[in-house]
Write a protein that binds this ligand. Sequence first.
Ligand code: CP3
Length: 362
Amino acid sequence: MTPIANDTFLRALLREHTPYTPLWLMRQAGRYLPEYNATRTRAGSFLGLAQNPDFATEVTLQPLDRFPLDAAILFSDILTVPDAMGLGLRFAAGEGPRFERPLRDEAAIEALRVPDLDRLRYVFDAVSQIRRALMQDGRQRVPLIGFSGSPWTLACYMVEGQGSDDWHRAKTLLYSRPDLMHRILAVNAEAVAAYLNAQIEAGAQAAMIFDSWGGTLADRAFQAFSLDYSRRVIALLKREHAGRRVPVILFTKGGGMWLDAMADSGADALGVDWTVNLGEARKRVGARVALQGNLDPAILFAPPHCIAEQARAVLDDFGPLRAGDRVGHVFNLGHGISQFTPPEHVAALVEAVHAHSRTLRS
Ligand code: CP3
């Protein structure tokens, strides 16, 4: 078992006591960092970066070299899986992701298959390379998180072919041909489970499922088309590897009203966005799961003293942690960090979270 110098992140996910609240930030390696932009220029494009394990390793470590963050997250994207299914991913400059061959008819949906994982070899190679790069003086600096999109969130992009404000095509299919939507989701669930298990085999020490668009669904549709398939993925995951438990985090953006059902999904922790009060969420989930979140990323535009105040308020909302409580909190943003965030503001956030959370422990 590789010794980990700072394992507070894994311990908090497993609801064990930690001396302070660990934190990492969604999209912590990204365009707000000048060093990321420099590497991206050398790589030629975002996909050039993500598909080259040397570049992916370099940018994964960049935020850790700047800030004392408590976890590393694999640098990749959720859309690598549909790309490997043959949908043809590209990123048009300044426009976000696009699929060349979205799922637009019954024949395309019938032909959809779990991809050959060899086509995602570059991701697993990046995971093992990042694990090696995290070693310092015989110990791993912090744990490495692997991730995937949820079956539903991937289906949104696969049907729509790109991002959307209302997921018009995906929802039309869901309500008019639920059988076809279920077929996509069943293939996705199997693919996501295999993809995450391969990341775990390669060295990912926690797995996060990004259900970014689950919160756009109606009640009932959420349970049937998002949560049921995330649950199916979680049930298929390898939960123990190289002598350690591999915790699973399920994050549904906009899913605050479904926390009770999500707490029984089999996940070890639930990610929550900024619409949720952490103290109330803690009461609702009890000792079933840990919580991860939930600062509004827009707070990082304000000056450092405002950031510190808002970070303390989030920690106070979660409330005090006593040894033996069997609760856990991982501090994070409620969604990805904006590219317009000044890096010094992130430094102020990390400092405030570490300092204030020590005062809430007994
Ligand atoms: O958190 C991390 O640091 C790990 C890296 C990571 C990326 N994408 C890198 C990325 C992770 C975990 C993701 C997940 C992802 N990708 C999600 C789920 C999380 C969420 O944000 O809801 C989604 C929906 C995607 C799809 C995606 N990828 C979109 C919509 C975009 C364009 C939006 C944007 O911010 O430009 C991407 C591109 C992308 N993925 C970037 C990064 C750093 C920016 C690309 C660039 O450098 O030009």
